[in-house]
Design a protein around this ligand. Structure first.
Ligand SMILES: C[C@@H](C(=O)O)C(=O)SCCNC(=O)CCNC(=O)[C@H](O)C(C)(C)COP(=O)(O)OP(=O)(O)OC[C@H]1O[C@@H](n2cnc3c(N)ncnc32)[C@H](O)[C@@H]1OP(=O)(O)O
Ligand SMILES: [Co+2]
Length: 137
């Protein structure tokens, strides 16, 4: 089962410019920035009630965010749902015919394991599943 919307990802050209703007918009400070090297993105997070906003800036000119902005411009890039068991959700969705963009959960921001679903099977919306990483044994 999908739980709440964990965050909405927004592609921006410049975090330096977008962070103060979103701080003003949401009337709350950015609580963390993080480079997610595996995804080639710099991220910035804000709380919005029970949900979060994730700003995404490409960490290199050939990253997925740079490509997205080149094609579509800045804007909403993905919707992330919190899931309690990412392996079980990935199995369920693959069996239902969705296209998983990674076959095993991968490292996301904020100590999460994540999986993306191709937008071609989800009405043009890139979906992210994310699960809090279990504490190391
Ligand atoms: C840090 C982490 C976290 O929260 O923890 C994150 O969020 S990282 C967030 C950044 N990482 C990711 O997004 C990883 C998953 N994304 C990907 O693997 C890729 O971006 C794909 C979604 C497969 C697209 O890559 P691809 O090389 O195929 O790009 P492309 O430009 O040729 O796009 C193929 C088709 O998908 C569409 N397309 C591309 N990105 C899209 C998006 N974000 N939302 C909706 N549609 C999208 C294009 O317009 C195109 O449609 P047409 O064919 O109709 O022209
Ligand atoms: Co995300």
């Amino acid at each position: 089962m999908m739980d709440k919307i964990e965050h909405i990802g927004i592609a921006v050209k410049s975090l330096e410019a977008a962070i103060p703007l979103y701080e003003q918009l949401l009337n709350t400070p950015c609580y963390k920035t993080e480079l997610v090297a595996a995804e080639n993105v710099n991220t910035a997070f804000f709380n919005a009630g029970p949900n979060k906003i994730e700003l995404l800036e490409s960490a290199s000119p050939d990253g997925v965010i740079a490509k997205f902005i080149e094609k579509k411009g800045e804007g909403i890039h993905h919707i992330a749902f919190a899931v309690a068991d990412i392996d079980a959700e990935m199995k369920r969705l693959a069996a239902a015919g969705f296209t998983l963009l990674n076959e095993t959960p991968k490292q996301g921001a904020d100590n999460k394991l994540v999986c993306f679903l191709h937008p071609k099977n989800t009405n043009g919306v890139l979906i992210e599943l994310c699960m809090e990483k279990p504490a190391a044994q």
